[in-house]
Design a protein around this ligand. Structure first.
Ligand code: S3P
Length: 440
């Protein structure tokens, strides 16, 4: 049989557990590229995620005047612009990354330049009015398509601070406002309805930026049109918890299997999946290895698998495992009883409509699943068998989550359109093989 390029066949079984290290955190890598790219001098970054999304953000910073190079040991050096951004020639294509586009938009809005940001078909279908609104309240002009999507043209400069209540819990929108606020006159305060990942706040504090967090209010004192004066510094990016999640989830669903991930980010706003795994019956041990002075918490996590039982995931927990929800649905198919995901309508505007796509794929694998406007209900344990091949819809998290389910299938599973995995975890397939799974 010839296997189409961009298709993987994952064979059931084989997953042996063990010790894993995962590549650098995607969210932190994006932010490091931005901050180091704005600083004066050359910053050295260890653990930067060399995947398409973050490399596109780095390329965008180069278009604004930064320079970067990577040595043989994978250490990335970024020579920053010193704060001043030059107007790029032509549109900047940030590929698949919502984080790249929304954070860069915040930065562009602060400078007296005109920039067009665009991306792939998935990114061009995602909502951007959520950043247009606050950026225009601050004084920038943001042009979108009539559908409120990219390509987006930003005319920046002369911003003033605002008080802004985020209509949706989104770290990307929060970070966009904070970055623009650094270039405004006066204070910008963002009010979060539910806490979301706080990497931007932690990193800005680490570089000495005038940022204050008081409960749900995050405030930055604007530095005016010249922007903040950050100095180059070393950065260490911990492993990405969202990449580790695939291996932790696989081990959790195999009674007695043990998997340890070392050097992984343990920011509490990212690790709610560990609480879910515990509720479902797995054993989870956490060992912090970061120093109290490190901007981010990181360490080792060990999961021991069990006969899982269903659980409910909703409310304030959602932003803290937003990227792991497809995996929670997979766990629901393997667990005894009902697993319900609620309050997660944001899932519908990610790299794909992750509610619809997971419901379609789980159904095609023989799982009983019911679609809801804000989530889904999965009944397990299912006899997993591929009725049809799996469609990733170009969404990396769908391709990887369904590959984990394939390990538990009765037959090999064909997963199409897997090139998207390179946006966040290019080593995923090699790691799957290293853990004992047969992949063609
Ligand atoms: C991210 C925030 C989340 C997450 C995305 C990365 C970030 O999006 O889904 O993968 O780096 O800020 P929202 O904040 O829009 O939910």
């Amino acid at each position: 049989m010839t296997i189409p390029k961009q298709t993987k066949i994952v064979h059931p079984g084989g997953f042996a557990g063990g010790v894993v290290r995962v590549p650098g955190d995607k969210s932190i890598s994006h932010r490091t590229a931005l901050l180091a790219g704005l600083s004066s001098g050359t910053s050295e970054i260890r653990g930067f995620l060399q995947a398409e999304d973050c490399l596109n953000t780095l390329k965008a910073m180069e278009a604004f005047g930064a320079r970067s190079w990577i040595d043989e040991e994978g250490v990335l050096s970024i020579q920053g612009t010193g704060g001043k951004m030059i107007e790029p020639v032509g549109p900047l294509d940030v590929g698949n990354s919502g984080t790249g586009m929304r954070l860069l938009a915040g930065l562009c809005a602060g400078s007296p330049i005109q920039v067009t940001l665009t991306g792939d078909a998935s990114l061009q279908s995602r909502p951007m009015r959520r950043i247009k609104e606050p950026l225009e309240l601050m004084g920038a002009t943001v042009d979108l398509t009539p559908q409120g999507t990219a390509p987006m043209t930003i005319q920046g400069g002369n911003l003033h601070g605002i008080e802004y209540r985020l209509p949706t819990a989104s770290a990307q929108v929060k970070s966009c406002c904070i970055l623009a606020g650094l270039y405004a006159t006066g204070r910008t305060t963002v009010l979060e309805p539910i806490p979301t990942r706080d990497h931007t706040e932690r990193m800005l504090r680490a570089v000495g930026a005038p940022i204050r967090v008081e409960g749900p209010h995050i405030s930055v004192e604007g530095c005016g049109p010249k922007g903040p004066k950050f100095l180059a510094r070393p950065y260490v990016v911990p492993g990405d918890f969202s990449s580790a999640a695939y291996w932790l989830a696989a081990a959790a669903a195999i009674p007695g299997a043990t998997l340890r991930v070392e050097g992984v980010g343990l920011n509490l706003r990212r690790t709610a999946l560990l609480d879910v795994l515990r509720r479902m019956g797995a054993r989870v041990e956490i060992e912090r290895t970061s120093a109290p002075t490190d901007p981010e918490v990181y360490g080792n996590v060990t999961v021991t698998g069990a006969d899982l039982k269903g659980t409910e995931v909703s409310g304030a927990e959602i932003p803290n495992l937003i990227d792991e929800l497809p995996l929670v649905a997979v766990l629901g198919a393997l667990a005894r009883g009902r697993t319900e995901i609620r309050d997660a309508s944001e899932l519908r505007v990610k790299e794909s409509d992750r509610v619809a796509v997971m419901v379609e794929n789980l159904t095609n694998m023989g799982v009983r699943v019911e679609e809801r406007p804000d989530g889904m209900v999965v009944e397990g344990p299912a006899r997993i068998a591929p009725g049809k091949s799996i469609r990733s819809y170009g969404d990396h998290r769908i391709a990887m989550s369904m590959s984990i389910l394939a390990i538990f299938s009765a037959e090999p599973v064909c997963i199409g359109n897997v090139a998207c995995v390179d946006t966040s975890y290019p080593e995923f397939w090699d790691q799957l093989v290293n853990l004992g799974v047969n992949v063609e």
